[in-house]
Design a binder for this molecule. Sequence first.
Ligand code: NAD
Ligand code: ZN
Length: 243
Amino acid sequence: MADLAQAREWLDAAGRVAVLTGAGVSAESGVPTFRGHSGDALWDRYSWEELASPEGFYRDPELVWRWYDWRRGLVAQANPNPAHHALAGYQERRAPSVVIVTQNVDGLHERSGSLDVVRLHGSLWSVRCTRCHREFADERVPLPELPPRCAACQGMLRPGVVWFGEELPEREWIAAQEAAATAQAMLVVGTSAAVYPAAMLVPLAQSNRAKVIEINIEETPLSPRADLHLQGKAGEVLPELLK
Ligand code: NAD
Ligand code: ZN
């Protein structure tokens, strides 16, 4: 395929490569994407905005926690797929010039062996106290009580993720911008590239002349502006592209 050859050429010529991933990279692991159907009747009645916002959480913390507990359960049973493995292998071969920036909270990049993943939206496996603001790792599935309580102060815990309307963690956001601004090629994989500010990373890379290669099963708002759109599943295209 001519497009694959062109993409490889740009990647090989690039001194630094930035990779931006979204929910689509985990779809083949069985983790539902943002807009995809969960198939679970309960969650179908709620929008992600209701379940993934501070307003939704304070309105009904138990409901939001039930949803996160369910997602943690799903991800605990899921495994990294060929897309994660291809990226981890590529990063290892080209270390340290490939930076992976993810919007995912599932930890599957890390589990496939990728190091130093820049996590823009936090993690399903961290929790934060709404009272004393301590942050903990918590990998219990299922959680023993919902909402879970802080071991230090008994305050209510919240998921350690970034919700709609919240700011990105500063250190990660700076690292992501630096990766985008210094790359000569950017892979945008499995993201609708519609959630800001993460979506800003693409024009930032392009303004510094990076070639942007999109990998997605369908056209996205980014497609017309990408230098190349490789249509297909991340778990099939990436192993072929990066072998
Ligand atoms: P999104 O659901 O908006 O977009 C997913 C994209 O992936 C779509 O463009 C879809 O066409 C594409 N896609 C689906 N299956 C694919 C496959 N097999 N190969 C390639 N592409 C595929 O997701 P997003 O852009 O990541 O939305 C961002 C928000 O959703 C983030 O805030 C993120 O934290 C949250 N989220 C995270 C997870 C996760 O951690 N796995 C899952 C769902 C949502
Ligand atoms: Zn506390």
